[in-house]
Design a protein around this ligand. Sequence first.
Ligand code: MTE
Length: 307
Amino acid sequence: MLIKRPQDIATSEITQESVFHSRRKFVKSLGLAAGAPLLASSLRANVPNVDEELTPESIVTSYNNFYEFGMDKGDPARYAHALTTDPWSVLVTGEAAKTGRFAYEDVIKGLQQEERIYRFRCVEAWSMVVPWYGIPMKQLLEQFAPNGNAKYVEFTTLYRPSEMRGQGSVFTGIDWPYVEGLRMDEAYHPLTLMVTGVYGKSLPNQNGAPWRMIVPWKYGFKGAKSVVKIRFMRRQPKNTWNILAPREYGFYANVNPAVSHPRWSQASERRLPSTLFNPNRRPTLPFNGYAEQVASLYAGMDLTRHF
Ligand code: MTE
């Protein structure tokens, strides 16, 4: 299997190939005006790119959790073609000056798209390294002018059982739609992205087209896919996995090797590709390796209680 390492992708290739080469696709798919800014994060000193082997694109787009399409890792890639993402809109409500329904193209128009190579750690203890593209969440949210009462922001996923076969299934136990939330300071952190693409292409449906959240220091379940609602709130929103199993999944969900899941340890993880004979196990890093950037957000908090 051909694995491209970040060091094999020269900075010039990131800036000129994967960013600018894919630019036409983005301009087309995202409705960006020609000339809208699209930067590689490697150009931005405050955002680190991970210098580890990239997980092959074939795995990133075929080994997924998107229970709206089924519970098997292969179900999203198998069934998500049924999802229509054009037209797409977002309903913005709550503690903000600009609320209402907005067309996806209008919301992202003119916003900077960046490539970010991040570690991605699922609460199930597997991990990947993924070259995402996206909009810094702060830029996206500031457009709606949240007011001083906005302490949290909630993100809601599409509910459309006619196209999402898993939403008709009783097996997941999930009360659809899938919801997630962040504190405003987490949402505004420079690492937090609304992702619109991966591997230099528009986001495939199974990864959450047309856009999904990525918060690289948290477990993957915080990254709600196919977002249709954004709500600015005074109080902490509920989140799907916490509703389903509050003893197992918290609101914060910061990657933490010291806090075990009740049914398994989080001290180590399997970096994909992982096989029986080569499990590719490695120690889990506090905050998924982003402690330097984000630990201060949680100063004074008991992270065993706020897991
Ligand atoms: N978003 C929605 N709407 N539905 C889901 O089931 N699963 C979450 C998260 N976002 C999920 C979701 C979980 S558990 C993980 S690990 C990641 O998506 C997986 O993202 P990926 O398939 O792009 O790797």
